[in-house]
Structures are given as structure tokens and as C-alpha cells.
Design a protein around this ligand. Structure first.
Ligand SMILES: [Zn+2]
Length: 348
């Protein structure tokens, strides 16, 4: 991207001296550029950061161009303050603080894993890292998000194991030990992070959603009335717009359809010349699949296909390898289909 003169409309972002607030830590006496940003609450005035041009230009090709401009539409280079150049930008001071900290205090890029706060805390930094093409900062943040989510079934299992262990150790409130899916999904969409779009949409699609099917949005993060507290994460539905909710609804339909079809499709994987005709352990296990059918309708309210597959797969784990191999092949195919279907929804 490039910066346009409008980005630097000096009248909009120029503060009077009375508004000047030097940042308590990101204001270095020997810094050679002062970056000025408005606070999010406009009547709070402007934050001044005094930093190093070399840092800005090393991290961002956009800044590299703008700080080297002698004059022009970029930051107002005619300005100077305390003998150094001044760059006025329209970004919120709170976002800029996170962005500059990422350069000067790399430890600010460490986030607690699986914290519901992470997506909100990193949003401003990610926004500016994306806008100013600061690749290493953006990559580091995306890495954090990827660690919190999953892209393969194996990764999903590891995350599920973590969740199960936490619950076994007495953590009743899943909201405290898992990332919040709506905010992460929005990050994925707004800042183009394909690697977490699938899993965040999946997570949203699995949360019971009573009352929302016609686009009514619950404003607070709370579970549906009929949902057992602590058994599910809850979602900040108000972060999602109608288009997002439509996509979540589509994803739910797909999962529900697949979960209902699962037992029969698994049975269909048996070799046509099924050789366990005489009563034996395999036959009894296969027949056990029939007993799952009756409960499927209930499951569609929380159509967690992966959880269901894990449960059924565990039940079938005593099957011989002749029976098991086609099942695993089937699952790989189903996973690829699911990724394809979700991709279509996300592009739609
Ligand atoms: Zn067998």
C-alpha cells in the first residue's frame, strides 16, 4: 500500500501544545523522529513518541519511504520539534504504542497461550503491522494466533486434549482457558490470515446458537439459555456482522449434515466382500455404530464433527487393521471435503 496525502491531513491530526503528551517509555531523548498520533478518544489530545528513524525504516518499507522524503505528501517533514523531524500519522495512539513496543520491546510480542484476551490485545499492533507492511512483526503475531488454533486434525486433537485436561483439573469456565472465536475470526478476515480462518469459523459453527438463526444477534458474550454453563465456550456475537453470521449458519448446516451421515458413511467403508461374516469382535463393533444413530438429531445443535469422529473412532479402535485402514482413508477424504466446503463459504 502507499500513503496518500489524506492520511496525513495535518489539520486533523495537529495538536496544540496543550494537547502534547510525551509517551512515558517510548520517548527517547536521543531519538531522531517524533511520531504524533491522536488518542482514540479525540478530546484526550495527542501522544508523542520520540523514536529512531532507523528502527521505523528497518521494520517497514512504508516508513522507509516516508521518513526519507525531504518534503511531500507524507509526514509533514517541514515540521520539526526539539530539533528533530516530526511525523504526524492518523493512527490511534493506543495502536501505535503497541506497534512501536513490538520494535523496542520484543517481549511485548509474547502472549499467554489460549488466552481470551490475546486477540483484543494484539489487534492494534496487527492492524499497523499490516498497514505499514512490517512483516516480521506481523509474522510474529500470526504465529501466536496459529499456535492458539489449528490447521490439521492432529493439531485439533492436541488442542482438544489440552481442553480436556484443563476441565479434568477443575477449570469449569472454558471462556477463561480458550481464545474467543469471534474476535479471532474477525482478525483473520480483516487482516487476511488464511491459516486461522477455517478453525475459527469451525469453532463458531459448533457453539450452540439458539435464537440466532434469523440473524438476531445476542449482544453480550453469553451462552444460549439451554446450554450447560461451563460445557461450552461463549461467543462475542456482536463482533460479527450479518454476512459473518450467514457464513456461520452455512458452516453449521454442513457440519450437521456430515455428522448425521457419519455412522452410515463409516459403515459403507467396509469392503464389499466384507469377510467378518461370522460373529466376531469386528462385527459386534460395526453393529455398535447403529446405536449412535438415534442421538444424532440432538447433536446437530452443536455439530462438532471432529468431536464426534474422535468419539466414534475411539469406539472402533478395536477393529482389525483391515477394517480400520479404509476408515482412516475415509476420514482423510472427509477432512479434505470439509476444508473445501469451508473455503467456499469463506470466499462466498
Ligand atoms: Zn475387521
Amino acid at each position: 500500500m502507499s500513503l496518500t496525502p489524506g492520511d496525513y491531513d495535518a489539520d486533523n491530526i495537529r495538536g496544540s501544545d496543550a494537547d502534547v503528551k510525551k509517551h512515558p517509555t517510548l520517548y527517547f531523548d536521543n531519538g531522531d523522529i517524533i511520531v504524533i498520533c491522536p488518542f482514540r478518544e479525540k478530546d484526550k489530545g495527542y501522544q508523542h513518541f520520540r523514536v529512531d528513524q532507523i528502527f521505523l525504516s528497518r521494520h517497514s518499507p512504508i516508513f522507509k519511504t516516508t521518513v526519507s522524503l525531504p518534503t511531500g505528501p507524507g509526514p509533514s517533514q517541514e515540521d520539526s520539534m526539539e530539533g528533530v523531524s516530526v511525523m504526524r500519522v492518523p493512527d490511534d495512539a493506543e495502536d501505535m504504542e503497541g506497534f512501536l513496543k513490538a520494535m523496542y520491546e520484543p517481549s511485548s510480542l509474547f502472549f499467554k497461550r489460549f488466552s481470551p484476551e490475546t486477540s483484543l490485545r494484539m489487534k492494534g499492533t496487527l492492524k499497523l503491522a499490516t498497514k505499514y507492511e512490517a512483516r516480521s512483526i506481523r509474522d510474529a503475531l500470526i504465529c501466536v494466533l496459529k499456535e492458539d488454533w489449528w490447521t490439521t486434525y492432529k493439531e485439533w486433537e492436541l488442542r482438544q486434549d489440552y481442553q480436556d485436561r484443563q476441565v479434568a483439573h477443575g477449570h469449569k469456565n472454558l471462556d477463561e482457558i480458550l481464545p474467543e472465536p469471534a474476535s479471532c475470526y474477525r482478525l483473520a478476515v480483516e487482516f487476511n490470515i488464511p491459516s486461522i480462518r477455517f478453525s475459527t469459523l469451525y469453532a463458531l459453527a459448533c457453539v450452540p446458537w439458539a435464537g440466532n438463526d434469523r440473524g438476531t444477534v445476542r449482544k453480550k458474550r453469553q451462552p444460549a439459555k439451554d446450554v450447560e454453563q461451563g460445557k461450552h465456550i461463549t461467543v462475542n456475537w456482536d463482533l460479527l456482522d450479518r454476512d459473518d453470521l450467514f457464513k456461520v449458519g452455512k458452516a453449521r448446516q454442513i457440519l450437521a449434515r456430515k455428522i448425521v451421515a457419519l455412522p452410515q458413511e463409516m459403515k459403507d467403508q467396509r469392503h464389499p466382500a466384507y469377510f467378518h461374516r461370522t460373529p466376531g469382535p469386528c462385527q459386534a463393533i460395526w453393529e455398535g455404530l447403529d446405536t449412535r444413530k438415534g442421538s444424532r438429531c440432538v447433536v446437530t445443535e452443536e455439530p462438532d464433527l471432529l468431536l464426534e469422529w474422535r468419539a466414534v473412532h475411539a469406539e472402533l479402535s478395536k477393529l482389525c487393521s483391515d477394517c480400520m485402514t479404509p476408515l482412516d482413508n475415509y476420514w482423510n477424504k472427509l477432512w479434505a471435503q470439509l476444508e473445501g466446503d469451508f473455503d467456499k463459504i469463506l470466499r462466498g
